[in-house]
Design a protein around this ligand. Structure first.
Ligand code: T4K
Length: 408
């Protein structure tokens, strides 16, 4: 256990972990089942184009999401694009900025205009009143994100979308297995999109899905993700290739088999983080509504530099020196990245404030109770002695700059 600032690896102490402890380790499940499934696909020589494993995966995802239709895709970015095309979006798309760049890029890549809207500072999700104020005659859709699996204000957003006649399409990349008022994420708006990237709660190496209760929409997306072909393999409109392979579906199914176990482990990890970091002034562990189902996949802490004297970025440096590979999910906000900051500069006070504070810490089945205790030792020590850590880091930076100057 580290007791003094001098024990921190960033100041010359030994690292808390010999091997890197990552955020975003894949949830693989039983690899024998995975290889059995892949062997089955190889034996049957059916590797893609809506094969039996992809269809089974779709059925299981639809069931978990409580919807009638699921179309699996090669990733969530393409799933968002398929959805944009299949719902004939035009002009401006209102979305949050506190998200992964793909939410915006998916639409921008199609020539649509992401319009970033500020969030509710408590939930981190779109503020429906601000969404309403951002609607213009060019707006064709609202694309909220269920940030870290916490549900957006689905009922208020549905009301705004209906009143203004715009589509409501969710980026639910983080939301598999979560609920809003007991209703599963997946069934809100016209459709929702899941990601099954390697780093997600269920992984298919790379993968995504559009889920919906709208039969016509599902049919159009299924066709579009296979070059726009109809049953007779004649294209009825310009499509793309957005299909999920059988190998990806084999991984997705195996990861899904482990889903309940993964969530149980995540929840237990969450409780340990909360108790280890309880009462540390200026540090908050993200809260989930315990009346809802959550997947607890993202373990986010908020560091308030005004209270702790320690900026989130410096805490990140301290942790990385200890071999704890944390992530700034999601900072900076997408509106502060190119091309958006040049094309359409905007100020989003709540987003910018929260983006300065958030840090994702390691969780998931490969992270043990003991790992978390060691991570929390470092976090507690650094945050509680935040002013001192900052002073010492500044002094070290000045010394290094001086030494470099002399070396020239
Ligand atoms: N919308 C939202 C709200 C999203 O969060 C995302 C994806 C999307 C849309 C788009 O979905 P996809 O089109 O990707 O299906 C990672 C993922 O690449 C990205 O999919 C995910 N969001 C985002 C939150 O995280 P990076 O840039 O942070 O990835 P990277 O390579 O830096 O890895 C992150 C961590 O995961 C590291 O600690 C290493 C670890 N890792 C990663 C991989 C790939 C592993 O341990 N094993 C692995 O195989 O974006």
């Amino acid at each position: 256990m580290k007791r003094n600032i001098g024990d921190l690896a960033v100041f010359g102490g030994s690292s808390a972990f010999l091997q890197p402890l990552y955020v975003g380790r894949p949830n693989i499940g039983d690899r024998t089942r995975f290889f059995d499934r892949v062997n089955w696909a190889l034996d049957h020589q059916w590797l893609t184009n809506g094969g039996p494993l992809a269809r089974e995966f779709e059925g299981r995802v639809a069931e978990l999401a409580g919807v009638r239709y699921c179309v699996s895709t090669c990733n969530a970015t393409v799933a968002l694009q398929l959805l944009a095309r299949a719902t004939d979006l035009t002009g401006e798309i209102i979305m949050p900025s506190l998200t992964f760049a793909a939410t915006a890029h998916a639409f921008r890549w199609l020539g649509l205009t992401p319009v970033f809207c500020d969030i509710d500072p408590v939930t981190g999700c779109l503020d429906p009143a601000l969404v309403e104020a951002a609607i213009t005659p060019q707006t064709s859709a609202i694309v909220p994100v269920h940030l870290w699996g916490r549900p957006s204000a689905v009922d208020q957003l549905a009301k705004v979308a209906a009143e203004h006649g715009v589509k409501l399409l969710y980026d639910a990349s983080h939301g598999l297995g979560c609920t809003s008022d007991g209703r599963p994420i997946g069934g809100f708006g016209q459709a929702e999109v899941f990601s099954f990237h390697a780093t997600k709660v269920v992984n298919a190496f790379e993968g995504g899905a559009v889920v919906t209760d709208d039969e016509e929409l599902a049919k159009r997306i299924r066709s579009m993700h296979n070059f726009g072909f109809n049953q007779g393999r004649v294209s009825t409109e310009a499509g793309t290739n957005g299909k999920m392979t059988e190998a990806a579906a084999a991984m997705g199914l195996t990861s899904l088999d482990a889903f309940d176990e993964t969530v149980r482990h995540n929840e237990a990890n969450y409780e340990i983080y909360r108790s280890e970091l309880a009462g540390v002034a200026g540090l908050k562990v993200v809260e989930f509504d315990r009346a809802e189902r959550n997947n607890f996949h993202y373990l986010i802490v908020e560091v308030d530099a005004a209270v702790t004297g320690l900026h989130r970025d410096l805490l990140g440096d301290v942790l990385r020196a200890e071999n704890v590979v944390c992530q700034r999910y999601f900072s900076p906000g997408v509106h502060e990245m190119e091309p958006y900051r040049s094309e359409r500069p905007v100020t989003l006070p709540h987003t910018e404030r929260l983006a300065q504070k958030v840090l994702a810490l390691p969780t998931g089945p490969t992270v043990s109770r003991e790992d978390i205790r060691r991570v929390c030792d470092v976090v507690r020590l650094s945050v509680q002695r935040g002013h001192e850590v900052t002073r010492r880091a500044d002094d070290r930076a000045k010394t290094m700059a001086g030494a470099q100057g002399k070396g020239k």
